[in-house]
Design a protein around this ligand. Structure first.
Ligand SMILES: [Zn+2]
Length: 361
């Protein structure tokens, strides 16, 4: 739990759904009318449940590594299996102390993940696109998808972006908490670029060419505006919430949520209490569902996804303390009137859609 805090202080809306949200999904209409909804098991059988962001690799790579099968890992194999997940994005995070050696550090974390996944061939596999995720889902294996958190990993060299793509990395979060050569970050006192840097614009262009998802979580508002304008592909916020509901700089303003969703992007809701309710000491899945409601209201049902941030030193909701308890969120969404088709989109189909569009088959 402490690894990440150590030493830091730190398609357009052609789909209907948003306009009639309040009448179809608002409040407790489902319960009031005595309607029953889908079970978590039914959702998990219909689609691979996918989460866009976990820091689990940090624990696997520490000097006293945890086993991927340890139930102490919030998004480890055991808890993912209990929660009926189909895929998890595991990020290689370039922590501040590794900035000068970010390329080496990201590679070391990817090496670790590949070794761990390779050691569990009957239950896990690295997947690089939607087709592979769906194939592994059919084989009852959990896909590990590679992401990089922190553009310091490419050391201001586009060739390194190509290198990581060839290693299987399918998204890169442009910054962590401080600005870098690519862009400004949301929790930084200095914002030298006022958004993306000139090099950052080249990075977006190359990511579009490669078919690598651009992740704007952690970046500044001006960076998000630049990226949604410049990127030819829809983008993701892998683990971010609504600023209107919780005014933390890590969260997204309404207008930015609208822009990301309007352009076919996907926003993974972050399970961290600090990003769910301002000043709260604890939260529940109700608070998390409020952020999903907000993203649907501002965008559409095509936009929200899961982006837990598990194993990233977070304080998760009391009733969603690790991946094994995802069914509690499902029950809450059913109570709010979300249909099976809606929950399937939030839990997997939206991510599969953007992967197919940006990464390809
Ligand atoms: Zn993060």
């Amino acid at each position: 739990m402490l690894l990440k805090s150590l030493g830091l202080f730190i398609f357009a809306i052609t789909f209907c759904g948003c306009g009639d949200f309040s009448s179809e999904r608002g409040g407790l209409k489902g319960i009031e009318e005595g309607l029953t909804g889908p079970s978590h098991e039914e959702i998990a059988a219909a689609i691979p449940i996918i989460d866009l962001h976990a820091d689990t690799v940090l624990y696997l790579a520490s000097s006293n590594p945890a086993s991927i099968s340890s139930s102490k890992l919030e998004a480890g194999l055991v808890n993912l299996q209990k929660g009926r997940y189909g895929a998890q994005v595991y990020v290689a995070w370039v922590a501040p102390e590794y900035r000068p050696t970010g390329f080496k550090r990201a590679n070391a974390l990817i090496d670790t993940l590949q070794k761990v996944v390779g050691g569990n061939p009957s239950t896990m596999a690295i997947s690089k696109n939607a087709k592979e995720i769906e194939q592994r889902f059919g084989e009852k294996k959990i896909s590990a998808i590679l992401g990089i958190e922190g553009g310091e990993a490419i050391h201001e060299d586009l060739n390194n972006l190509d290198y990581f793509y060839n290693r299987g990395v399918r998204y890169m979060t442009l910054t962590w908490n401080s600005h870098n050569a690519i862009a400004d970050a949301s929790q930084d006192s200095e914002m030298p670029w006022n958004g993306l840097s000139p090099f950052g614009e080249k990075v977006i262009k190359r990511m579009n060419e490669l078919g690598m998802l651009v992740d704007i979580s952690h970046t500044s508002d001006a960076t998000v505006e630049d990226v949604v304008t410049i990127s030819q592909d829809p983008i993701i916020a892998s683990h971010s919430n609504s600023f209107t509901l919780c005014d933390h700089p890590r969260n997204l303003r309404d207008d930015l949520i609208k822009k990301i969703c309007e352009r076919g992007g996907v926003i993974g809701v972050n399970f961290n209490t600090g990003f769910l309710v301002t000043g709260a000491s604890s939260t529940t899945v109700k608070n998390l569902a409020n952020h999903i409601d907000k993203i649907v209201q501002l965008g559409s049902i095509e936009c929200p996804a899961l982006g837990s941030d598990f194993d990233g030193s977070i304080r998760p909701p009391q009733d969603l303390s690790n991946a094994s308890q995802l069914s509690n969120l499902t029950k809450e969404l059913v109570k709010r009137g979300y249909s099976a088709a809606d929950i399937e989109k939030i839990y997997g189909r939206n991510i599969l859609r953007i992967l197919k569009l940006v990464v390809g088959e």
